[in-house]
Design a protein around this ligand. Structure first.
Ligand SMILES: O=c1[nH]cnc2c1ncn2[C@H]1C[C@H](O)[C@@H](CO)O1
Ligand SMILES: [Zn+2]
Length: 362
């Protein structure tokens, strides 16, 4: 039997990350530094204890309670210097984990409480990604695209959609909505999605995480989402008889037939109660049924994780080998919001040779 990939090996393999929140991935030391600078009060000022506090507080079984922890990260991301630093460290941390392409998202409207304009927020984050992506020789170690998120309980989605279009040639590659899902259907923001479609712009929608099929259906059939953030609850439209073939309802069949990418975030789903365990996570069935599944981190700080660790947990639970990990990675690259020729060049020039090397050494 061939040996399964180890965490160390997975770290060295080229990876693609489509769903990672900037305000969910800060280094604990940075939160403490920035909190001291701006007078924000934290639950503790010890980096180890703070890391544990985020993990435990986010481990609540409810999306709403999970989201409360962001007050401490968003709270210290209100100045240009703070945003540049957080974005630069994010790019460094992802590159250190072997991520070669990432789309990192955040909500600009949450970073204006100390007087920054939306444009200033976007420019600071772009500058941070530029600085953090460069290796010691000045050549980029990672490519980072930005997704601008609008908060679904607020009413600023049109403004944020316009901001995404304004910065589309400067590093912003798409748009998203996030926040509590129950009670805030994506159709609340239909005007923003219709505007983005008229502008030929890309967007993903958090759907099917804290709420079920109606949210996924609206995101795709009313709003025209290119991808689904999480989408785990699509499982509610699939029945698997004891000894028979899985049967897909019309929505699940549509998602699979149209190759709609699912941005799955296993550990985050355990924390918010969207899945009971990694072994029982719908990703196992969805991968078997050839949905376009991708693997993501969501919030590295709150979930105490990295993309390599998410892969390692899946290897452990489902016995995935290098072919499976390459399949997830190619799926993610195919689903990225950058131009087709650039995606293809990365698949053929980086991902396939990278995994061939990993398999050779296995
Ligand atoms: O998994 C999530 N579901 C819904 N909203 C989320 C999730 N993770 C983070 N967010 C929210 C909290 C952040 O402040 C916001 C922008 O990144 O997005
Ligand atoms: Zn998310």
């Amino acid at each position: 039997m061939t040996r399964l990939p180890t965490l160390e090996e997975i770290r060295r393999a080229p990876k693609v990350l489509l769903h990672d929140h900037l305000d969910g991935g800060l280094r604990p030391e940075t939160i403490i530094d920035l909190a001291r600078d701006c007078g924000h009060t934290l639950p503790t000022y010890d980096p180890g204890e703070l890391a544990a506090w985020f993990r435990d507080a986010a481990d609540s079984g409810s999306l709403e309670r999970y989201l409360e922890t962001f007050s401490h990260t968003v709270g210290v991301m209100q100045t240009r210097e703070g945003l540049v630093r957080v974005a630069a460290e994010c790019a460094e941390d992802l590159a250190d984990d072997g991520v070669m392409y990432a789309e990192v998202r955040y909500a600009p409207e949450q970073h204006t409480s100390r007087g920054l304009s939306l444009d200033q927020v976007v420019e600071a984050v772009l500058e941070g990604f530029r600085l953090g992506s460069a290796g010691p020789d000045g050549k980029p170690r990672i490519r980072v695209g930005t997704l601008l998120t609008a908060m679904r309980h607020q009413a600023r989605s049109m403004e944020i959609a316009e901001l995404a279009v304004r910065y589309r040639d400067l590093g912003v590659v798409g748009f998203d909505i996030a926040g509590a899902e129950a009670g805030y259907p994506p159709t609340r923001h239909l005007d923003a999605f219709e505007y983005l479609q008229r502008e030929n712009a890309h967007f993903t929608i958090h759907a099917g995480e804290g709420f079920g099929l109606p949210s996924i259906w609206q995101a795709i059939q009313w709003c025209g989402a290119d991808r689904l953030g999480h989408g785990v609850r699509i499982i509610d439209d699939i029945t698997v008889p004891e000894n028979g073939e899985a049967k897909l309802g019309r929505l699940a069949a549509y998602v699979r037939d149209k190759r709609i990418p699912l941005e799955m975030c296993p550990t985050s789903n355990l924390q918010t109660g969207a899945a009971p365990s990694i072994a029982e996570h719908p990703i196992g069935l969805l991968r078997r049924l050839h949905f376009r599944v991708t693997v993501n981190t969501d919030n590295r700080l709150m979930s105490d994780t990295s993309l390599s660790q998410e892969f390692a947990k899946l290897v452990d639970a489902f016995g995935y080998d290098w072919d499976d990990l390459q399949w997830f990675t190619v799926n993610a690259m195919k689903s990225a919001f950058i131009p087709f020729d650039e995606r293809l060049a990365l698949i053929n020039g980086v991902i396939k040779p990278g995994y061939a090397q990993m398999k050779w050494h296995a």
